[in-house]
Design a protein around this ligand. Structure first.
Ligand code: SF4
Length: 168
């Protein structure tokens, strides 16, 4: 990581709950197979759902979608293919809320799962902030490792774009 700035991003927070090896690989900009079918479907759903409502906002090192401005402030959204990794998605969105809070911007989060026709509200409460703090420190610890953590077989491997890299 010499000479390169190290930053925690929302994407790394999402992967932290899935696989620490993936955190290291993404953090070191070792990119997965972009043509992987799961990556493509996920990106398609994220990019093309709710096109009229969404405005992209870049804050610090995070790129997030803003759905609307309400009485609670900005409503920042995250669109996911499924709710299977709901906790990861919740913490990713909480990370965006924290980035905004640090800049004095009031916001709340809205997770959306268009294929399941579901929505979920995310707020940054004390417990979530404490968890985020712990996760950010853990992510930095992983990124500073000299090599990626060893691969561990988990369900996610089957659809992970790094599968060939890890297991062949
Ligand atoms: S294939 Fe499995 S071990 Fe390798 S990065 Fe993906 S989830 Fe992690």
């Amino acid at each position: 990581m010499e000479g390169r700035e190290i930053n925690v991003s929302g994407t790394l927070v999402w992967y932290y709950y899935i696989c620490p090896r993936e955190v290291w690989l993404i953090g070191h900009q070792i990119n997965p197979d972009e043509d992987d079918a799961n990556v493509s479907l996920g990106r398609f759903i994220q990019d093309y759902s709710y096109p009229r409502e969404r405005k992209e906002l870049i804050v610090g090192h995070s790129k997030m979608d803003v759905f609307r401005v309400s009485e609670e402030g900005l409503v920042v959204g995250e669109v996911k293919k499924s709710s299977k990794y709901r906790n990861s998605a919740r913490m990713q969105l909480a990370f965006y809320l924290s980035e905004l809070k640090q800049r004095g911007i009031k916001a709340m989060g809205e997770l959306r799962f268009p294929r399941e026709k579901r929505k979920e509200i995310v707020v940054l409460d004390e417990q979530t902030e404490r968890e985020l703090d712990r996760v950010c420190r853990e992510i930095l610890r992983i990124l500073y490792l000299p090599r990626p953590p060893e691969p561990k077989k988990i369900n996610f491997c089957r659809k992970c774009a790094y599968a060939e890299f890890c297991w062949s």
